[in-house]
Structure formats: structure tokens, C-alpha cells
Design a protein around this ligand. Structure first.
Ligand SMILES: [Zn+2]
Length: 266
């Protein structure tokens, strides 16, 4: 049975964020709560799948997000030649997940069809829904589509032996989570269906939402797909740094190994 290793590249961070920015009606809105930014690599023997492509540093800087390590440097540190990568999964099209599309010249990209309809449709007339998208990056997706390099799939999609993608919506119209078979069982890489563990633990929504009922329903879907709560991985939580080991001492704080058991209960 094929199992996968999961690597997380901590490519950016924002230490100026507060609980009030991250959560709606938080009782302690001025308390700091760092937002970290991860993108991922799945590896099984020679097979490599990239999940999301990080954040363009200029776009990140406009929102106070500081680059920690560029995703291409992260791929290089993991021994990956971007020209050899054939499969890239895009969990949604927010700009912090879409930054280095052109660094992967031979890849085919995969995304939820609903996300593409959303980012090119009438909801984008509304500032509240379009503010985490950049039109130049969405245009790039349109070009990839016309080049035959973007596949837009339905809600549940088998990616490879041991990896499937599942629509949950909520954070945006086409948000998906990934179910990944590892040596310790089925792990759910929740991407932005969970920014922080706290959303999952307390059943609360993140502040950036397209549909809050779908966002909360996603917690149950994630619970169904994962072997346990210790098999669930959020996308932006600094707590990951305490729970999971760095791949090597020189990559401390930059590349984590997420398929192993967490050091304490998540
Ligand atoms: Zn994100």
C-alpha cells in the first residue's frame, strides 16, 4: 500500500496579527496571534506532488506578511527539481497559495471547478469576497486552463494512490481538503478549511469566509476523513512548529515533517 511523506514549507509569517483579526467576535481581540504560512510537498519514493505554491513576496509584504523562505528554495532543500514536477494541487486560489505558478514549467495543476467559477464570476464584484485574490494570478490560471495545464475537477477527486481531494467550501467557494495515506494512517491536510487548530477544537469560524455554515460543516467532514484529531493539519497555525519536527537542524522553523506523529496532543 502506497504511503506518503508530508513536508510543510513555512514560507512566510505575520507576527502583527491579533485574535480580533483572525476570529469573529473574539473576547480578547487585541491579543497577538501569529499567522504562519505553509505550502506542502507530498513524497512517496520518486513520486512528488506539490500542494499550493506559496505567496508572492511583494503581494505578501503589502499585507505585512514577511517571507521566511521562498517555496522554490524549499523545494530545492528537499532535493526537488521544479522542472521535473508534473502534479501541483491548488487547494484554492487565494494569493497566499498561488505565488510561484511559473516556477513549475512542466506541471499540470489541479483545482476545484467551483473555485474557478467563483473567482471568474459575479461574487468577485464584491470586495469582501475578492480581497484575497489577485487578478493577475487568476488570469494566469485562465492561461493555464487554455494551455491544457489546469484540470478543474469535481468535488471529490482521486489524485493518486493514497491521495484524494474533497470539497468543503466555507473559506471560499472551492476550498478543498486533502486526505493522505501515511505510515501512521489517514491524515487530512485541511489547508485553509482550518487556519488554526482552535477553529476545529472550538467549532468557530475563521474571519475570512464565503459561507460560514459550510466552514463549520467542514469540521465534521475533516473528522470523518481523518483517522483521529491528531491526524488533522491546519494551514496557518504556528502550533505546528511545536508539534512536528524540522526535517533537519539547519531547516529549523522552515521545513517540517508532518506525516509523523505529533509530539503532544493536537
Ligand atoms: Zn491561506
Amino acid at each position: 500500500m502506497k504511503t506518503w511523506e508530508i513536508y510543510a514549507i513555512r514560507h512566510a509569517t505575520n507576527e502583527t496579527r491579533t485574535r480580533g483579526v483572525n476570529f469573529i467576535s473574539d473576547p480578547d481581540p487585541t491579543a497577538p496571534l501569529t499567522l504562519d504560512f505553509f505550502c506542502w510537498v507530498l513524497r512517496s519514493g520518486q513520486d512528488v506532488i506539490i500542494v499550493d505554491t506559496g505567496i508572492d513576496p511583494e503581494k505578501g509584504a503589502r499585507n505585512g506578511h514577511e517571507q521566511v523562505m521562498s517555496p522554490p528554495d524549499g523545494w530545492a532543500a528537499l532535493g526537488i527539481d521544479p522542472a521535473q514536477v508534473s502534479t501541483v494541487l491548488l487547494t484554492h486560489a487565494h494569493y497566499d497559495h498561488l505565488g510561484y505558478l511559473d516556477a513549475l514549467p512542466n506541471a499540470r495543476f489541479y483545482m476545484q471547478a467551483e473555485e474557478m467559477s467563483y473567482v471568474t464570476g459575479p461574487w468577485m464584484e464584491k470586495q469582501t469576497f475578492r480581497h484575497a485574490y489577485w487578478p493577475d494570478e487568476i488570469a494566469r490560471l485562465v492561461h493555464l486552463l487554455y494551455e491544457g495545464r489546469l484540470h478543474l475537477h469535481g468535488r471529490d477527486h482521486d489524485v493518486a494512490d493514497g491521495i484524494s481531494a474533497h470539497w468543503v467550501g466555507g473559506h471560499c467557494a472551492g476550498q478543498e481538503v486533502l486526505r493522505i495515506r501515511t505510515d501512521r494512517g489517514w491524515v487530512v491536510l485541511a489547508s485553509d478549511a482550518l487556519h488554526y487548530y482552535e477553529e476545529y477544537e472550538r467549532g468557530i469560524p475563521f474571519a475570512v469566509a464565503f459561507n460560514i455554515s459550510d466552514m463549520i460543516a467542514a469540521h465534521d467532514r475533516i473528522r470523518d476523513l481523518a483517522d483521529s484529531d491528531d491526524h488533522v493539519l491546519p494551514a496557518h497555525d504556528p502550533r505546528l512548529l511545536d508539534l512536528y519536527p524540522a526535517v533537519s537542524p539547519d531547516l529549523e522553523g522552515r521545513i517540517l515533517r508532518l506525516d509523523q506523529a505529533p509530539e503532544a496532543g493536537a
